[in-house]
Design a protein around this ligand. Structure first.
Ligand SMILES: Nc1ncnc2c1ncn2[C@@H]1O[C@H](COP(=O)(O)OP(=O)(O)O)[C@@H](O)[C@H]1O
Ligand SMILES: [Mg+2]
Length: 330
């Protein structure tokens, strides 16, 4: 069975755990997800109610949980009007004015679209990881576009006018910063460094200075002040969040947008925060748990993304293919 189907079943089960039924129901669902394995899930989806060994199958048979309906989800999506298809996500018209649906694809791209692949299950993981982080940011007062998750791959968001900047916050030298300034990857920076790139696929997102932003009117002084202070707050929050689960937050990218209310507007955080947009290194081993696995042909992308989800408490440990398993295979 494809990884993304396995993940969808797991997440669907988690959904029922959180949202449905009485205590007994939750106990059963919990029992089922902690024991379930890919093999059982495969059998379960094919001949759902007959696999006697699988607790999830028996939970299914007794109607305690339901298998996700992949087909239904796709047809529901296709009836909506598509507004934009990007490299990793699709934006659909939302159910109410001022809302959009952000759909997370399995497509991975790097080096401005020159390298492409499909990473089965990535969309499901990024949707959940980004949900978790945006909800956390809301609790610490960082206003953002997230409203609620709708399904495995979709979330409802507030529609904003995207400011054409990629705001990059760095704690440790890596990637293009290391190349540009000849800094060894892994060097701690004396303080967080905020960089701006102009968001343009045609130009390859060039690095720009604050003065470019003001000169060309991509954002005004007040917005830039807001963006900078929010980016640093997000960095504080995320550094703590990841530190608590043994992950070093090396750097990450943010996008902001203008949320209009009548004639007024405020600048809020938008897009996604996931292993696609962050550099995350295991604190003990230094292992990369982010998109660099794809950029640098390291393999094991989904094992790494699942590991991040598992440590964040989004994915139960029993079902995560260990990164060490991937290493053994290589
Ligand atoms: N709340 C929002 N309102 C409008 N557009 C958004 C919002 N959040 C993110 N976006 C935009 O949606 C697109 C998401 O799709 P993605 O695949 O990341 O596109 P891209 O290839 O342009 O990076 C991005 O262009 C991003 O700027
Ligand atoms: Mg993007």
């Amino acid at each position: 069975m494809q990884d993304n189907r396995i993940l969808e079943v797991i997440f669907h089960t988690l959904d029922s755990l959180v949202s449905g039924g009485d205590r007994e129901h939750r106990k059963n669902v919990f029992k089922s997800i902690t024991n379930v394995c890919a093999h059982h899930l495969e059998g379960l989806l094919l001949s759902a109610k007959t696999c006697r060994r699988c607790p999830l199958a028996s939970a299914l048979a007794r109607g305690l949980v339901t298998a996700p309906q992949g087909q239904q989800e796709t047809s529901r999506v296709s009836r909506r009007s598509k507004l934009y298809e990007g490299k990793a996500k699709i934006l659909y018209e939302g159910p109410e004015p001022g809302t959009l649906i952000q759909y997370f694809k399995d497509d991975a791209t790097a080096f401005n679209n020159q390298k492409k692949a499909t990473l089965s299950g990535k969309g499901v993981l990024n949707n959940h990881i980004s949900e978790h982080i945006f909800k956390g940011l809301t609790t610490v007062g960082v206003t953002n576009h997230f409203i609620r998750r709708l399904s495995m791959r979709e979330q409802l968001i507030k529609s904003v006018e995207i400011i054409p900047l990629e705001v990059i916050v760095r704690n440790v030298a890596a990637g293009t910063l290391s190349k540009r300034l000849g800094l060894e990857e892994g060097t701690d920076l004396p303080r967080p460094l905020v960089e701006y790139c102009y968001k343009s696929d045609e130009l390859g997102d060039p690095l720009i200075a604050e003065d470019h932003i003001l000169t060309f009117g991509w954002a005004n002084e007040y917005e830039l002040d807001d963006i900078l202070s929010t980016a640093l707050r997000v960095n504080d929050f995320l550094s703590g969040l990841f530190c608590g689960i043994g992950i070093r937050l090396v750097d990450f990218k943010l996008e902001f947008g203008r949320l209009y209310e009548g004639d007024e507007y405020m600048t809020i955080l938008a897009d996604e925060i996931s292993p696609d947009s962050c550099r995350l290194w295991d604190m003990e081993t230094g292992e990369k748990l982010d998109k660099d696995r794809f950029r640098r042909d390291l393999g094991g992308e989904m094992e790494a993304y699942s590991e991040v989800a598992r440590r964040l408490g989004i994915l139960p440990s029993a079902d995560v293919q260990e990164l060490s398993e991937h290493r053994k295979k290589r």
